[in-house]
Design a binder for this molecule. Structure first.
Ligand code: AMP
Length: 229
């Protein structure tokens, strides 16, 4: 077999392959914030299927045109549309050399199978377990920066003053749509996690836990996962 070499975060050649991760959890469980922290510490390529679809809508591409009506309702976009876009991105060289951090994918059992079938089984899944009432409360205060796609919360994670005027509320962040998205989440999550048995690292929700508290746990989990590859 060909001997593979990889560049680590300090740009040095190494035999150790990069770590591949999934971050899972209900909407507004903090996946985006934790992905920023993981990306900063480990240099993984962060791939958010939701961001990819929103970019496709902005670009008015075929994928965007097909995805828009589902997203507007807070429904899942059909598997084959998302799978195609995600696979295309995961096959790029930067992902192969730096490792992936998938956020928002897989959302169905068949998307999880799709990863396995394409030899893209992750080394670990970090699961942010947040109760529904907390999700609903958080979504009410969620704001997005349309320039950077960075997510903020008016109370728990306020944006810097100078960009506050440009923040927007996501069109699928209404109470009705979030309830619909939670139904979709609960319907599939068990079957998804079952397929990656033995690789799940769960952050349990504790009241008044800060984003920094969660990050501390998440980064320890990444270290643990990395030590096993
Ligand atoms: P997110 O930004 O992850 O909350 O995703 C926003 C919306 O994009 C979801 O409510 C779905 O409509 C769609 N979406 C994102 N990822 C997926 C996926 N893996 N499968 C199906 N639909 C998705």
């Amino acid at each position: 077999m060909e001997h593979a070499c990889y560049r680590n975060q300090s740009n040095k050649m190494t035999d150790k392959r990069p770590v591949n991760l999934i971050i899972a959890g209900p909407p507004a469980s903090g996946k985006g914030s934790q992905c920023s922290a993981i990306k900063k510490s480990y240099g993984l390529i962060h791939l958010s299927s939701g961001d990819m679809l929103r970019d496709a809508i902005k670009a008015k591409s075929d994928v965007g045109i097909k995805a828009q009506e589902y997203m507007n309702r807070g429904d899942l976009v059909p598997d084959e549309i998302v799978e195609h876009s995600v696979l295309e991105r995961l096959q790029k060289d930067d992902v192969k050399s730096k490792g992936f951090l998938l956020d928002g994918f897989p959302r169905t059992a068949s998307q999880a199978e799709f990863l396995i079938q394409n030899s893209l089984t992750p080394d670990g899944i970090i699961f942010l377990n947040v109760p529904d009432d907390v999700v609903i409360e958080r979504v009410g205060g969620r704001r997005v920066d349309p320039v950077t796609s960075e997510t903020y919360h008016i109370k728990y994670n306020p944006a810097p003053k100078e960009i506050q005027d440009r923040l927007i509320i996501r069109s699928d962040d209404t109470e009705e749509k979030i309830k619909n998205r939670l139904v979709a989440f609960h319907k599939e999550i068990k079957a998804i996690l079952d397929q990656f048995d033995g690789k799940i690292y769960t952050v349990k929700y504790v009241e008044n836990m800060t984003i920094a508290d969660v990050t501390e746990q998440v980064l320890k989990m990444v270290d643990q996962i990395k030590s096993k590859i």
